[in-house]
Design a protein around this ligand. Structure first.
Ligand code: PTJ
Length: 251
């Protein structure tokens, strides 16, 4: 048992969720490695939501509210990290959850769908269509979801699919703690934040913007430049490291 008083309680509990996810066949072992990379970036971002992430989260919500067919893509990591929150976000944005995984098997997709359904989700997991141009498991999509989507939210993505989604004319919103990743650079909107903070933040923003008029949403989206956001994320890491280096030499 991890005591609540442990200084890294939240981080350790997050790991426990992923380990549990592996045990029930939702998360893959590779997901643990990917999480470790994410943790490292979160560490050097100070484990908080920065203003640039809040901005990207706001634009993401506005974009999804404006979309005709927004879809939230869910993989094995996100399913166990924020299941209830994904269901809530999906309801407010009227954007279905679709299971889409890199390490594909029909059995695994079914398990993830059932896991999300146990939190009250309505899940797309038809696996009845293919995204042309991709060779790995993420090409297999649902004909009612990602195939026809105009905006796709992709937490913890691989750069490949981001590129293909864009080639298929879709707008891509990525949640990725690594501002240097191919996904982060390819996406239209990159949320450099931990998915465990980003999704709850997006729920708050969606509750605020759900009744906003269309012009206000368009203005939010039009005033956005992803390159500036990525630059600020990289600078935030630089500043954090500089501050820590200064602290060490002042000791
Ligand atoms: O469930 P599957 O089969 O789709 O597999 C999922 C993984 C995560 C294994 C798969 O998508 C993968 O290999 O992803 P990558 O290419 O390792 O990319 C994951 C990205 O997410 C990396 O850039 C990490 O820094 C980032 N990341 C990891 N954990 C988090 C995160 N970003 C936000 N929040 C996190 N908690």
């Amino acid at each position: 048992m991890i005591p609540k008083s442990h200084p890294r309680y939240e981080s350790l509990m997050t790991r426990e969720k992923l380990v549990e996810g592996v045990k029930i066949g939702v998360t893959v072992l590779q997901g643990l490695i990917a999480h470790g990379r994410g943790e490292m970036f979160d560490y050097v971002l100070g484990e908080k939501t920065h203003d640039f992430a809040w901005k990207a989260e706001r634009v993401a919500v506005a974009m999804m509210l404006l979309a005709d067919h927004p879809v939230i893509s869910v993989n094995g990591n996100t399913a166990v990290l924020v299941p209830e929150e994904l269901v809530k976000l999906s309801e407010i944005l009227n954007a279905p959850l679709e299971v889409n995984v890199f390490h594909f098997s029909k059995e695994r997709v079914r398990r993830i769908a059932e896991y999300l359904e146990s939190f009250g989700a309505k899940v797309l997991a038809g696996c009845d269509a293919e995204l042309k141009g991709l060779e790995h498991g993420r090409r297999i999509v649902d004909s009612r979801g990602i195939l026809i989507a105009d905006v796709v939210l992709v937490p913890l993505e691989d750069g490949d699919r981001c590129e293909i989604l864009k080639r298929h004319g879709k707008k891509v919103i990525a949640i990725d703690l690594n501002p240097l990743s191919r996904t982060a650079r390819m996406a239209d909107v990159t949320i450099v934040d931990n998915v465990i903070r980003a999704v709850p933040n997006m729920i708050k923003i969606a509750e605020e913007l759900r009744d906003a008029d269309k012009n206000e949403l368009v203005e939010i989206v039009n005033n956005y430049d992803n390159k500036t956001i990525l630059r600020r994320a990289i600078e935030a890491i630089r500043d954090y490291l500089t501050e820590k280096a200064d602290e060490i030499s002042q000791r």
